[in-house]
Ligand binder design. Structure first.
Ligand code: GDP
Ligand code: IMO
Ligand code: MG
Length: 434
């Protein structure tokens, strides 16, 4: 029995989907604990690609329990579409079970409308959100007016909450945003149908996870986004609206921190970011373009081009600290093949200060930071067929070894291609129990 959390160590899109799919082979329960369909997690099995936005990345395996935890914000329309698509493609195994926490909050049409209207008003200073209504849905949760799955499933409560919410949202949309109001009756009818569809999946998922742990099962918690998109620990305000760090797995699934055995931080061999915000190691030259092209760095949710840059170890060190990471899964190392020299950022400098351990909280200071680089010899050999770490070229090993030294934790998995098979596993996370 072991409980392992997987989180992103950068600004999202590190390859969490691929790694969770691999670890899910050994897990019994796979649970998402925060975020919503702002996430886009890509799985490639024998060349066939699946992109998941809400359903945990364990779904392709037989006999698993997949959970959407209470910390998530769920768009029922998107979830139903995702379930239908997987079933149509015959990749939702009949003996794999799906459960949704009755405490999870529901994304409503007015959340998306408010998200988009606000971004449009902000112009150049916009966050660059995914436009999925994530921020407004979490706002309603925190201001205690949000609609949870259990509320949606109770007709009287749903009707009451919806009408109160719509009164306020329509005032905001029409008076402040100068937009059209939303139609209460249409939303009621649409969401009643979703309630009927989702009722069979509703459960107390905290209890299910607890029962799993008590009966000796392996639990895998799948983070979305990355540590630097965390609402508390990220590059505020250019962040998402949930806690993305490992601690969030406990609150977002309803189990205590004493039950966790290890945390795997997913780290891309370089850095990417979608949306706005400072990016110290960003490459706006032909190397950045090369990484973008070879790495197919397009958002799995919005299709936007991802900004690319050198590996930034200040970001990763902070993630190791804040999430208590015990091992790193290093992804997309193959994308760096043929780039020479390579650089790793080991610190930031401004005219006044140096930073090696922390990302400055003050946005003005962060914007002024210039990278301090160490340079590494690149490699030209194709590494995508290698399955034994010792067989990697010496230059690759030097790059990985410096990363491990700076992070202060070992690399437990190295990913050399998008497919499930293109992976070198050096340590099994379920054996990481201290
Ligand atoms: P997530 O949001 O963290 O799950 O990551 P995304 O799925 O949004 O983005 C990661 C992208 O990189 C996907 O297209 C994956 O198929 C791909 N990928 C994952 N690992 C590797 C790897 O080691 N090498 C290459 N070339 N692609 C990878
Ligand atoms: P996965 O799980 C990368 C970014 C958005 C934007 C900011 C706020 O696939 O790694 P939001 O819609 O959440 O309010 O947008 O966060 N963002 C992501 N970037 N990967 C993600 O998820 C992201 N989810 C949100 O681009 O900058
Ligand atoms: Mg993604």
């Amino acid at each position: 029995m072991a409980a392992i959390i997987v989180v992103g160590t950068q600004w999202g899109d590190e390859g969490k989907g691929k790694i969770v799919d691999i670890y899910a082979g050994e897990a019994d329960i796979i649970a998402r604990f925060q975020g919503g369909n702002n996430a886009g997690h890509t799985l490639v099995v024998e060349g066939e690609q699946t992109i998941l936005h809400l359903i945990p990345s364990g779904i392709l395996h037989n006999g698993k329990t997949c959970i959407l935890g209470n910390g998530m914000v769920i768009n029922p329309k998107v979830l139903i579409r995702e379930i239908d698509e997987l079933q149509e493609r015959h990749i939702f195994p009949s003996d794999t079970k799906l459960f949704i926490s009755t405490n999870a909050h529901i994304i409503m049409p007015y959340h998306m409308r408010v998200d988009l209207a606000r971004e449009a008003r902000m112009g150049k200073s916009k966050i660059g959100t995914t436009g999925r209504g994530i921020g407004p849905a979490y706002e309603d949760k925190m201001s205690r007016v949000g609609i949870r799955l259990c509320d949606l499933l109770d007709d009287r409560i749903f009707r009451e909450k919806l009408s109160k919410n719509i009164e306020e949202k329509n005032f905001y949309l029409t008076e402040f945003c100068k937009e059209e109001p939303v139609d209460s009756d249409a939303i009621y009818t649409e969401y009643k149908a979703y309630a009927d569809r989702l009722r069979e999946y509703a459960a107390n998922t905290s209890l299910l996870i607890d029962e799993g742990l008590r009966s000796g099962k392996h639990i895998l918690f799948e983070g979305a986004q990355g540590c630097h998109l965390d609402i508390d620990h990220g590059t505020f305000p250019f962040v998402t609206s949930s806690n993305t760090v490992a601690g969030s797995a406990c609150c977002g699934s309803g189990i205590g921190p004493t039950r966790i055995d290890g945390v795997v931080g997913i780290c891309k061999a370089y850095t990417t970011r979608v949306g706005s915000g400072p990016f110290v190691t960003e490459l706006t030259d032909e190397i950045g373009e090369k990484i973008q092209n070879i790495g197919h760095e397009f958002g799995a949710t919005t299709g936007r081009k991802r900004r690319c840059g050198w590996l930034d170890m200040v970001l990763v060190k902070q993630s190791v600290r804040v999430s208590g990471i015990t091992g790193i899964a290093l992804t997309k190392l193959d994308v760096l093949t043929g780039i020479n020299p390579l650089k790793i950022c080991v610190g930031y400098t401004t005219d006044h200060e140096e930073f090696t351990e922390v990302v400055p909280s003050n946005l003005n200071v962060f914007e002024q930071c210039r990278p301090l680089y160490e340079q590494f010899e690149g490699w030209t050999e194709d590494i995508s067929h290698i399955r034994d770490f010792d067989e990697l070229p010496a230059a690759v090993k030097r790059y990985v070894s410096r990363l491990e030294e700076l992070a202060g934790v070992p690399v437990v998995l190295t990913s050399v291609g998008p497919d499930r098979d293109e992976t070198i596993i050096t340590q099994n996370p379920f054996d990481m129990k201290q």
